[in-house]
Design a protein around this ligand. Structure first.
Ligand code: RFL
Ligand code: PHB
Length: 389
């Protein structure tokens, strides 16, 4: 078998790249370790930057997103029984769109079906071979048969636990990591959101977030201990704890219901450099992770996809390698800025186990600065709506 680009990983990065390449007449095969139902069952991101929304448009996959997504032009920050709003349009010319990663992924799979793009599900033992030569190939097992695909390039879009990053020799890779001493316990419930904008809450009991997917589907998170288990939390215990952490006005109007999904995500900051090795390019969670505070994971994956799509188009259209040569440097420059924002916002909003009274005062002073200073709000808004590509 032969194709131009093998895309390892059928999550949002891989699928978006596949559709953008298709638009440019570049052929790609997507290899996904899990089933389609499994990928679509993962509840993850909910807030999309305009860059990602624009890319979905470029890929011709934005009709449902535009019809069903909710434009948000601000967010609320609560602390110390106080709440203030950061207005995005007052400080930037952009907004964000609330539209679930599950829906976005579904749209991308539907488009891939329509355009006849090949996706292999439930593949096993994926190995990226000879990526440091001009003739890479990928081998894998599917349904008990061993396969080989020869290609020009490999896009490693296989997330944090994939094989792509580890294909880059350890002597070449530099990894930077910070693991936070807490996690997020998330609940999805078929209830109207408590507020029409997101509420990020810093409380002495720990962080809480009120988010949503649509008018009758809410997504809530509470900070939990590192190593906690979702099975330790009954629905009632979750709702009680959430109520204690959000402002009383919100707690009083919160409508609760059975959890459709309940899971714990660890919080981690991680970057690997470089994001290219020969003809292998890393995209999205395969190369970097941010803690979810600020909703940057999927959005940063999208900016990688943008740079790689540009580079590959330039290569195939003009035999010009400039775009792929600068891919790693360009992608990383933006990645580190979003890493900084997610780290800053996480430190500002969470209660760390060993937090001293002084540390708490610093958080409160910074929150007060953000509340009172248009300049501080402008910096937050600029990052939240997404830095330009
Ligand atoms: P994914 O989504 O992990 O997809 C990678 C795919 O690769 C497959 N795979 C393999 N396939 C073939 N061979 C192998 N050896 C393979 N190994 C793995 C996997 O099965 C999978 O299908 O990575 P991708 O595409 O880079 O997308 C990244 C995003 O999913 C991620 O950054 C976001 O979900 C992060 N995130 C958020 N991002 C936002 O921008 N906004 C948000 O509001 C937001 N909220 C969140 C989040 C992540 C969360 N969790 C659970 C970590 C909220 C949460 C709770
Ligand atoms: C979500 O709705 O899942 C969500 C929203 C904002 C975040 C993280 C997650 O910062």
């Amino acid at each position: 078998m032969r194709t131009q680009v093998v895309i390892v990983g059928g999550g949002p990065s891989g699928l978006l790249l596949g559709q953008l390449l298709y638009k440019a007449g570049i052929e790609a095969i997507v290899l996904e370790r899990k089933s389609r139902a499994h990928v679509l069952g993962r509840i993850r991101a909910g807030v999309l930057e305009r860059g990602l929304v624009g890319l979905m448009g470029e890929a011709g996959v934005d009709a449902r997103m535009k019809a069903e997504g909710f434009v948000h032009d601000g967010t609320l920050i609560a602390y110390d029984n106080d709440m203030f709003r950061v207005d995005f349009t007052q400080h930037t010319d952009a907004t964000v769109l609330v539209y679930g990663q599950t829906e976005l992924t579904r749209d991308l799979y539907d488009a891939r079906d329509k355009t006849g793009g090949e996706t292999r599900f439930e593949v096993d033992k994926v190995v990226i071979n000879d990526a440091d030569t001009d003739t890479p190939f990928v081998t894998f097992d599917q349904d008990g048969t061993h396969h080989r695909i020869d290609c020009d390039f490999v896009a490693g879009c296989d997330g944090f636990h994939g094989v792509s990053r580890k294909t880059i020799p350890a002597s070449v890779r530099r990894e930077y990591e910070k693991v936070y001493p807490f996690g997020w316990l998330g609940v999805l419930s078929e209830t109207p959101p408590v507020n029409d904008e997101l509420i990020y809450a810093n409380s002495d009991r720990g962080f809480a977030l009120c988010s949503m997917r649509n008018a009758n589907l809410s997504r809530y998170y509470i900070q939990c201990d590192e190593g906690d288990d979702a099975a330790n939390w009954s629905d009632d215990a979750f709702w009680d704890e959430l109520r204690r952490r959000i402002p009383p006005t919100a707690a009083e109007t919160l409508i609760t219901g059975p959890a459709l999904e309940k899971s714990i995500a660890p919080l981690r900051s991680f970057v690997t450099e470089p994001m290219r090795w020969g003809r292998l390019f890393l995209c999205g969670d395969a190369a970097h992770i941010v803690p979810p505070t600020g909703a940057k994971g999927l959005n940063t994956a999208a900016s990688d996809v943008h740079y790689l799509n540009q580079g590959l188009r330039q290569f195939y259209a003009d035999n010009d390698t400039h775009g792929i040569d600068v891919y790693s440097e360009k992608a990383l420059a933006r990645v580190w800025k979003t890493e900084r924002f997610s780290w800053w916002f996480s430190n500002l909003m969470h209660h760390s186990p060993g937090q001293s009274a002084f540390d708490k005062k610093m958080q409160l002073a910074e929150l007060a600065l953000l509340r009172d200073s248009p300049e501080a709000q402008a910096a937050m808004a600029l990052n939240y709506v997404g830095l330009p590509y």
